[in-house]
Design a protein around this ligand. Structure first.
Ligand SMILES: [Zn+2]
Ligand SMILES: [Zn+2]
Length: 439
C-alpha cells in the first residue's frame, strides 16, 4: 500500500480541498486526507472557529505550540522508529522530582486538614473543625477511586478463547497477562494501572461490533504494551501524581460549586476559592501537566508502535477507527437500539448493535470511520490526537510486517467455555447495562 490515504484506504471518495474559515486560504487534504492549514486551523469542526477576542488569541497560541510539539513527535518517530520514544535521563529525573514534590504537597494538605480538625477540637474552635472537616471530605471524595460499574471477571477456565488470544498478544508484545481481566458492558478498553497491586484489563463489549479478532488483539496489544518494561512504574508514579492533584483541585471546586442550586453565595465562594486558595495548586497542576505531557505522549505512541509491530498497521488503523464508530453509536443511538431490541424480543444489546451496523451500507461505515478520525491538537490533552496516531501508523506501511488476515469477528472471542458463541455472556452484560445497581 504505497498510496496510503484514510479515505481511499477504505474505498470512499477522497476528500476535496476546503476553504479555511480562519484565514480564507484553500486547504488541500494532506496525503492521509486530513486538513491542516498553515494558520493553525485543523479541519471542519475545529473549536478555533468559534473563539473570540482574547480566548481566540489564547486558543491560537495553544494550537501553535501543540502543532509544534506534534510535528516534533512525528518527525522523531519517522527518523528513529522504535527508539524515538525513549526518554532522556535528565527529563526522567526532573519528572520524578516534580512528581515527588506533588505527593509531598498533597500529603501536606492532608496533614494540614487533620491538624485543623484536631487542634480545633482541643481549642473548641468549632469553625476550624468544620472547615478542616469539609476540606478533608472534599479531598477524600476527590481521590477516592471511581467506582466502576458491574463487570464479569474473565478467568482462564471460563473464557479459554479470550485467554488464548491474550496469551498470543502477550507473547507478541513481550509482556505478562494482567491477573484480572474484566468484561464490562460499556465502551472502555483500558488497562488500569494502580500504584500498587496488579493491573486490571477492562474490555468493553460495546467497543467490539466492528472489530475482527485481529483488530481486537491489536488494541489488546496497545493496552498490554502500557504495562510493559520499567517505564510503567515511571508512568504510574508520574501519572498518579497528576491525577491526584487534578482530582483535589477539581474535586474541591465541584464539591463547592456542585452545591450551588440557584443561590449565588456558594458560587461566589467557589470563584473566590478558585482564585485564592486553589490558585497555587492549579498552577502546580498546569506546570506539571505540561512537564508530564512528553512522557504521556511518548508512552501512547510507543504502545501504538508495539501494537503495530505485533499485528500490523492495517489491523491497528481498522481497530482504532472501528472503536470510535462503535463508541459514538453506543452513546448516540442507544435509545433507538433499545427500542429495536424490544421489538426483536432480543436479550442482547450487542447483537442489536451488530444488526444496526449490518444494515448500514459499507460505505457509510467507512465514511463514519473517516469522519470520526479527527481531533484537534491542544496542550490540554496529554495524548496525541487520533489523526496523529493514524499518521504515525500509516507511516509504518512497508516498514513493519503487514497484518494477518482476520479469522472471526472480535465478539466471538468472548465465547465462554463449553458454548458455541458469546450470546449468554452478551445477555448477562446487557442486564448489567440496564440494571447497573441490582444483583
Ligand atoms: Zn487558515
Ligand atoms: Zn493508550
Amino acid at each position: 500500500m504505497d498510496q496510503a490515504n484514510v479515505a481511499t484506504g477504505v474505498g470512499i471518495e477522497p476528500r476535496q480541498p476546503k476553504r479555511c474559515p480562519l484565514c480564507g486560504a484553500t486547504v488541500p487534504p494532506d496525503p492521509l486526507g486530513f486538513y491542516q492549514c498553515s494558520c493553525g486551523w485543523g479541519g471542519p469542526g475545529d473549536p478555533l472557529e468559534h473563539g473570540r477576542g482574547l480566548s481566540k488569541l489564547f486558543a491560537k497560541m495553544d494550537r501553535e505550540m501543540a502543532d509544534e510539539q506534534a510535528r516534533k513527535d512525528l518527525q522523531r518517530l519517522a527518523m528513529y522508529g522504535d527508539s524515538a520514544n525513549s526518554l532522556n535521563i535528565g527529563y526522567v529525573l526532573l519528572l520524578v522530582f516534580v512528581a515527588t514534590a506533588v505527593y509531598v504537597v498533597v500529603g501536606a494538605i492532608f496533614v494540614g486538614c487533620v491538624w485543623m480538625i484536631l487542634a480545633g477540637i482541643l481549642d473548641q474552635a468549632w469553625p476550624m473543625v468544620i472547615v478542616g472537616g469539609i476540606f478533608l471530605a472534599l479531598i477524600l471524595t476527590g481521590i477516592w477511586p471511581h467506582r466502576r460499574g458491574k463487570s464479569i471477571r474473565a478467568t482462564r477456565e471460563g473464557f479459554p478463547t479470550l485467554m488464548a488470544a491474550l496469551d498470543e498478544v502477550g507473547q507478541r508484545v513481550g509482556t505478562r497477562i494482567p491477573k484480572r481481566v474484566m468484561l464490562t458492558p460499556r465502551t472502555e478498553f483500558a488497562i488500569g494501572r494502580r500504584l500498587s497491586g496488579s493491573d486490571v484489563l477492562y474490555i468493553g463489549a460495546a467497543t467490539l461490533p466492528l472489530l475482527s479478532d485481529v483488530g481486537m488483539k491489536s488494541i489488546l496489544a496497545h493496552e498490554l504494551a502500557h504495562a510493559r518494561h520499567g517505564d510503567t512504574l515511571l508512568h504510574r508514579y508520574s501519572g498518579q501524581a497528576e491525577y491526584l492533584l487534578h482530582e483535589i483541585v477539581y474535586g474541591i471546586l465541584e464539591g463547592v460549586l456542585g452545591q450551588d442550586r440557584g443561590g449565588s453565595i456558594s458560587s461566589v465562594f467557589g470563584v473566590f476559592l478558585n482564585w485564592t486558595l486553589l490558585l497555587p495548586f492549579r498552577l502546580l497542576w498546569f506546570v506539571y501537566h505540561l512537564l508530564r505531557m512528553h512522557e504521556s505522549r511518548a508512552n501512547e505512541f510507543a504502545a501504538d508502535r508495539a501494537a503495530i509491530h505485533a499485528f500490523g498497521p492495517q489491523a491497528f488503523i481498522d481497530a482504532l477507527t472501528g472503536v470510535l464508530v462503535a463508541q459514538r453509536t453506543f452513546y448516540r443511538n442507544s435509545r433507538s437500539l433499545v427500542a429495536e431490541m424490544q421489538r426483536n424480543k432480543s436479550g442482547s444489546f450487542y447483537a442489536e448493535i451488530r444488526r444496526h451496523f449490518g444494515a448500514l451500507p459499507p460505505h457509510i461505515i467507512s465514511q463514519l470511520r473517516v469522519d470520526l478520525a479527527k481531533g484537534f491538537r491542544t496542550l490540554a490533552n496529554g495524548h496525541p490526537t487520533t489523526p496523529d496516531r493514524l499518521r504515525a501508523a500509516y507511516a509504518t506501511f512497508g516498514a513493519l510486517p503487514p497484518s494477518p488476515a482476520p479469522t472471526m469477528p472480535a465478539y466471538m472471542l468472548l465465547t465462554p467455555a463449553g458454548a458455541t458463541d458469546a450470546e449468554a455472556v452478551e445477555i448477562e452484560l446487557t442486564k448489567m447495562l440496564f440494571n447497573p445497581k441490582k444483583k
